[in-house]
Design a protein around this ligand. Structure first.
Ligand SMILES: Cc1ncc(COP(=O)(O)O)c(C=O)c1O
Length: 355
């Protein structure tokens, strides 16, 4: 769809040929605003063919139609719990839905390199699409990232990876400086990625009716914000009858949004101390925004322990024969914690499977 970019801080508008995802005037985060409403026909078509069925609902670009998305929804052994298997994506996480947009945009704007900060999965996904689209990738990876993941990405997808002596937020600062200095497109937890994550909600609307709760692991809260945006679009267009409750899940040992939400306070940076590397983000990019949205739409944040995630990883393997990383099963741990209070159908987003 045709769109504008709007700064969520100062309100300035940019045309879609603006080549960044951050406001030039105040450094605020930009948001994509479409010029038309979403097309009901695209979502209500009951046969999913591919992710690209939703192309018309994404920011216009020159996409190459490699297969992704269209992931399975499975009924679980727990009453009223379903899994959305994002581990079925090409690089085994939901990240591909957003990376494909960022890489296509980088190419459209004439960049020959794309840079990002990552805890691991975004690096894999950006490197994968950069190689497919024929541009270089430069990744700044946090010190807690899994060594095997990093080795694999470097060897198979020709990524230039620098390991940063610090956490995700430190890697992010360095990636921003690099992109500015070396004329690379800065990818990451910004608006184009959020637009791609919306497609999870559209797929769900085709796969199941009357969802009451969607449980989503949270690092920078881009996945959560994208799903919420799409649910709101579909509710406004009368495609769904009610807004599902959105439940964000953090690791207890890195839970800045859960704490700010519970204490009704500002988000305070927290040094990550969890083994769930993919959600070890001390100061989430979309943190304040997502807290406001969850308050508005009656959602909530919950925190789960590393032990709870490890237990769910084992059960996920033993019961379903599937492999997921700790963050990937955080939503199952959250469901078990909350299940007495939850009514109706719940979806746990199984976000990633790279261990
Ligand atoms: C497997 C997995 N789950 C959840 C998340 C959190 O997503 P977001 O940063 O959009 O909140 C990430 C982010 O890296 C991830 O890799």
């Amino acid at each position: 769809m045709d769109y504008l970019l709007v700064c969520s801080n100062c309100g300035i508008n940019y045309k879609s040929d603006y080549k960044k995802q951050i406001c030039n005037s105040c450094n605020g985060l930009l948001a994509v605003k479409y010029k038309q409403n979403i097309n009901n026909r695209l979502i209500k078509n009951n046969e999913i063919h591919s992710f690209w069925d939703f192309e018309e609902l994404l920011p216009k670009s020159n996409y190459k139609h490699y297969e992704l998305g269209n992931t399975k929804l499975i009924k679980t052994d727990e009453k009223n719990l379903y899994f959305k298997l994002e581990i079925e994506n090409p690089t085994r996480s939901f990240k591909d839905r957003g990376s494909v947009i960022e890489v296509a945009k980088a190419v459209e704007y004439g960049y020959d390199k794309i840079a990002c900060a990552s805890t691991g999965n975004m690096a894999y996904s950006i490197a994968y699409y950069a190689k497919l689209y024929g541009i270089k990738s430069k990744i700044f990876i946090s010190n807690n990232a899994n060594k095997d993941k990093v080795k694999y990405i470097r060897e198979t997808h020709d990524a230039d990876i620098t390991k940063v002596d610090g956490d995700f937020n430190m890697a992010l600062k360095i990636a921003e400086q690099y992109a500015e200095r070396e004329h690379a497109f800065l990818a990451g937890d910004y608006c184009y990625r959020m637009e791609g994550q919306r497609t999870i909600a559209y797929e769900l609307a085709r796969q199941i009716e009357d969802v009451s709760n969607i449980i989503i692991p949270v690092g920078n809260a881009t996945l959560l914000s994208g799903v919420l945006k799409a649910e709101k679009e579909m509710f406004d267009a009368k495609i769904i009858k009610k807004m599902p409750k959105i439940i964000g899940v953090e690791a207890e040992r890195c839970a800045p949004l859960y704490k700010a939400f519970m204490n009704s306070s500002k988000v305070i940076y927290e040094k990550p101390n969890t083994k769930a590397d993919a959600i070890a983000v001390g100061y989430p990019t979309f943190g304040e925004q997502s807290i406001e949205l969850l308050k508005q739409y009656k959602g909530l944040f919950v925190a789960v322990s590393d032990q709870e995630m490890i237990k769910e990883q084992n059960e996920f393997y033993n019961n379903y024969g599937l492999i997921a990383e700790m963050a990937g099963v955080a939503a199952i741990a959250a469901f078990k914690k909350l299940k007495k209070k939850l009514k109706g159908k719940s979806i746990a987003i199984i976000s990633g499977g790279n261990i």
